[in-house]
Design a protein around this ligand. Sequence first.
Ligand code: SF4
Length: 346
Amino acid sequence: MYKVDSDFATEFICDAEILESLDCAEKNKNNLDVIKNILERAKNLNGLSHRDAIILLENNDKNIEQEIFALANYIKQKFYGNRIVLFAPLYLSNYCVNGCVYCPYCFANKNMPRKKLTQDEIKQEVIFLQDMGHKRLALESGEDPINCPIEYILESIDTIYKIKHKNGAIRRVNINIAATEINDYKKLKAAGIGTYILFQETYNKKNYEKLHPSGPKHNYNYHTEAMDRAMIAGIDDVGLGVLFGLDSYKYDFVGLLMHAEHLEKKFGVGPHTISVPRIRPANNINLENFNSVPDNIFKKIVAVLRIAVPYTGLIISTRESKEMRKEILGLGISQISAASNTSVGG
Ligand code: SF4
């Protein structure tokens, strides 16, 4: 049963509601009256429901697409102007006990050299990033309670905030680490983090369990309810994201918006950011097993998200080409990770 403010993942991300929304979109995608009505309402800048948004996404009329792009651009300009928030990912550790089948850091990849930065190495990396002009970081790490416990993350945050280099300091440390307990979220809050980011990867429970066959991340409910625990712990600045291409982009697009609606309804505050990475070829990973999202669909996903959640920052992955990054900045992207290398100490 769908219940937007439920405590349970399978109720606020209700599979039946997603399937009904997809069915509704299929039936209405070419109904111009419905589409025009949605676009008119979207112009009030109050966002759109997941059902309205998927109808827009599914329409494939080229003129409507231009209207969607123009409205997305208008909203982007109105809320964010030409300002782009730049941040630098910093990979602390690639030790990981999870078995995510699409990730080269997965436990089963015995060819991957494992590395965790020391506090001195973190200082060096941060100073290097400061010299490049960065003031905002996103700390990333695999999940490994032995090699990379929460204490290590807290110590690293402390190290970073204490660095004074050429009279400058890092202003904001966002954190992208595994789902954890309320107590750990309280510690992160006390450490002064910016946004707590956790990608859902896919909202399709059955597929999620197949793609995450082992490790703590296998538990779909625990993972999906993580943002609730973070908010209960006092972190009201959270970042959602899916890895588009792991499942059908339509399913995950609806799930993503339902998750945002859930947080808004239950805690009175929606996600601060939504990240829109697409699955890409990587070491040891066979792309044939996934549904890669073509460029034209990807651009429309960004534009409709911009319209559906006007107040939420949209983040583009480091892995998009320069050309694609440039193009979708005009469609709603407001944050970009710059000059990063997705390896520890890279
Ligand atoms: S938890 Fe993160 S780092 Fe670990 S295997 Fe999965 S995606 Fe990779």
